[in-house]
Ligand binder design. Structure first.
Ligand SMILES: C[S@@+](CC[C@H](N)C(=O)[O-])C[C@H]1O[C@@H](n2cnc3c(N)ncnc32)[C@H](O)[C@@H]1O
Length: 346
């Protein structure tokens, strides 16, 4: 956890910053509200449950779990004691973040959401999770910096047999017992690229919450999207906060229909892709499509899904250098000055 700094975001939820990548894990405007606005709302679960009893979600880049937890929280709010079910597969290579996640306090969360994340992590990683709790409890860092933002570790420490305790508490607690029939979370501790090489399942909703493409492009490449597509059906939605042109170009070249995600103020806050054009409420306009043909729209490549970020960035820069006919983004913007906001589309 040495690479990570803790920052309280503007909606009072806990955010993280990665010193190595020099990137934030969560928007400074609010870690929880970002998850709710950019990932949960565009999923439109209510409409999906109108047609289906089971929804399968793939949460790529789980981190400390806002997107998974928000989906579960809202599921409990709307579908508790119904025949509806949600199955989530959450991928995160940093195991410590996964272990930290049930402790992260978010006021809007249903208490059962906390207990469920605890339960599923314990179920999968009994031994290591217990060791993590016990060692991290001795880490004064958490107490000093995060007193009000984490659920206490002490309660967990006092459990002689945490797994048994949680298991039996869940089973005795009628509410949780019922929810366990409706909700399942599976954690994958790995690089999402490895998971995609072996996975066979199909998902209704995919969340892609990777670090920004220019800093860490490995989950935004043409080939990564090509693989993701195999795990989607005609009605699936691929949702992200990013509005990067290179990512959008990779989506279009893989046969996706692509649109903006807008917030209440009609500000663009993300990208939604699907194979079904009826699911794209706000398709890219001509200006945005034109931008993809400029330098900022040049795609990242990772043919065998195994390159380091640095190599992917280097190869793209070389390609741009060798293809000087590709229009510079700034010239394009100058030509269309005043027509559209272009910031963050690189
Ligand atoms: C912007 S943060 C996501 C925040 C997260 N959704 C949350 O609610 O806390 C990006 C996350 O991607 C993870 N990550 C980095 N490389 C990855 C990879 N190759 N596969 C999957 N996740 C990766 C990082 O460890 C980090 O937790």
């Amino acid at each position: 956890m040495n690479n990570i700094d803790f920052r309280i975001t503007n909606d009072a939820s806990l955010g993280l910053y990665n010193k190595e990548v020099d990137d934030i894990y969560h928007a400074s405007s609010g870690a929880y509200s970002e998850s709710y606005e950019k990932f949960f709302l565009p999923s439109n679960f209510k409409e999906l449950y109108f047609k289906n009893d089971i929804i399968k979600v793939l949460d790529i880049c789980y981190g400390i779990g806002y997107n998974t937890k928000t989906a579960i929280n809202e599921f409990i709010r709307n579908f508790e004691n119904t025949n509806k079910k949600i199955y989530i597969t959450s991928i995160e290579p940093n195991q410590n973040l996964v272990y930290l996640s049930p402790f992260v306090k978010v006021p809007q969360y249903n208490v059962s959401t906390k207990d469920l994340t605890f339960y599923f992590i314990l179920k999968q990683f009994k031994q290591e999770f217990c060791e993590f709790i016990i060692s991290e409890c001795k880490n004064k860092y958490y107490y000093d910096y995060l007193d009000n933002n984490l659920y206490s570790y002490k309660d967990s420490l006092n459990l002689h047999n945490i797994y048994y305790q949680y298991n039996s508490t869940c089973m005795k607690n009628k509410v949780l017992n019922q929810l366990l029939k409706q909700i399942n979370i599976t954690y994958i501790i790995d690089d999402a690229r490895n998971f995609l090489k072996e996975n066979k399942a199909i998902y209704d909703i995919i969340y892609l919450d990777a670090f920004t493409p220019l800093k860490s492009p490995k989950l935004w490449t043409y080939e990564f999207i090509q693989h993701l597509k195999k795990y989607m059906h005609f009605e699936s939605k691929l949702i992200t906060y990013s509005i990067s042109s290179s990512y959008r170009h990779a989506l279009l070249n893989n046969g996706f229909l692509v649109g903006n995600i807008l917030n209440k103020e009609n500000k663009i806050i993300g990208t939604l892709a699907s194979l079904n054009k009826d699911l794209i409420k706000y398709p890219l306009n001509e200006y945005e499509l034109g931008l993809l043909k400029t330098r900022c729209g040049v795609m990242f490549h990772d043919k065998d899904l195994n390159l380091e970020d640095k190599e992917i960035i280097f190869n793209r820069e070389l390609y741009i250098k060798n293809n000087s006919h590709i229009m510079s983004t700034s010239s394009y913007i100058k030509q269309h000055k005043g027509t559209k906001k272009w910031k963050n589309m690189m």
